[in-house]
Design a protein. Structure first.
Length: 294
């Protein structure tokens, strides 16, 4: 049985840890509200932009001729893996890394064996994890979350787009956590490039002949790059909200576990103290009897 001093030291240590986890939960909750507002406001715009691109692509010959639509034999692959810069958020980062590895093993196993699967890391944890597994990782856009804004994400998107158009990569995919709520994040893998035309739903009417103003070429040239940048920005905002939700949930659970552990330690402390008092009483009584009999 541990001594009273040891139990008191453990209780003090767990009390301090519980205060830290409780503070981290409150900070994560405050950040989550802002991050949730950001992704909630962007999603309708991103979805509408994607719908517009699909609609224009269906009725425009210029879209199919865009360099972003070119479907080539897949020899070289770029995965944009979006994680966080910090830990203490449960399985948030682990799930994204597992999702990326699953995608590689299921779709790009041959390219991986040839060393032609490269990673663009957004967030330090994913970049470090993929480096440990032997992948070549582009870390030039790893610190996006240090100053999260569209300008920084746009640079990462433009780098991926340029590498695809130049033929450096034949396909670009994004792996990230989609935000549902504070307790639920779903790992998604979305193909960013080449752009695949959406299939028309069953029973849909024939494509409409649109009148373009300004020209069809100008609209498509402007719309496609903007849609791709917004697609990546939405994934980063999804991941940011998911991170804060996962951290808030993890710290809440850690605070509860610390409380349960404190209850058990206080019970052990009381039992140990009671046993020590009982032992002292027995020693006093024994000493008194010995003196009386002496």
């Amino acid at each position: 049985m541990p001594s009273l001093k040891e139990v008191r030291a453990r209780i003090s240590s767990i009390n301090s840890t519980q205060q830290i986890t409780k503070a981290m939960k409150m900070v994560a909750a405050a950040k989550l509200r802002r991050a949730q507002d950001n992704i909630t406001q962007l999603r309708p715009y991103a979805q509408k932009l994607s719908q517009m691109l699909s609609t224009v692509s269906a009725g425009a010959d210029t879209a199919s001729e865009s360099p972003y639509h070119q479907i080539r034999t897949i020899d070289r692959v770029l995965l944009i893996v979006i994680t966080s810069d910090r830990g203490l958020c449960g399985a948030f980062n682990t799930n994204v890394v597992k999702g990326a590895l699953t995608l590689i093993s299921e779709k790009y196993a041959a390219q991986a064996r040839s060393g032609n699967v490269h990673i663009m890391a957004i967030g330090k944890k994913g970049g470090e994890a993929m480096q440990r597994r032997g992948f070549k990782v582009d870390t030039s856009h790893m610190d996006v979350f240090g100053a999260l804004n569209f300008g920084n994400v746009r640079l990462a998107a433009e780098a991926a787009m340029e590498s695809f158009v130049s033929g450096q990569y034949d396909v670009v995919e994004i792996v990230y956590n989609e935000f549902r709520n504070a307790a639920m994040q779903i790992v998604r893998a979305e193909q960013m490039l080449p752009i695949v035309a959406a299939e028309a739903p069953k029973g849909a009417t024939a494509a409409v002949n649109y009148i373009f103003e300004p020209s069809e070429e100008e609209i498509v040239t402007e719309l496609i790059p903007k849609t791709l940048k917004i697609q990546l920005y939405k994934a980063v905002l999804d991941s940011n909200a998911s991170e804060h939700g996962a951290r808030m949930t993890a710290m809440d659970k850690a605070t509860e576990n610390a409380g349960e552990l404190l209850k058990q330690l206080r019970l052990v402390y009381n039992r140990t103290r009671q046993a020590a008092i009982t032992t002292e009483i027995l020693e006093i009584v024994g000493g008194a009897e010995a003196l009386a009999n002496g």
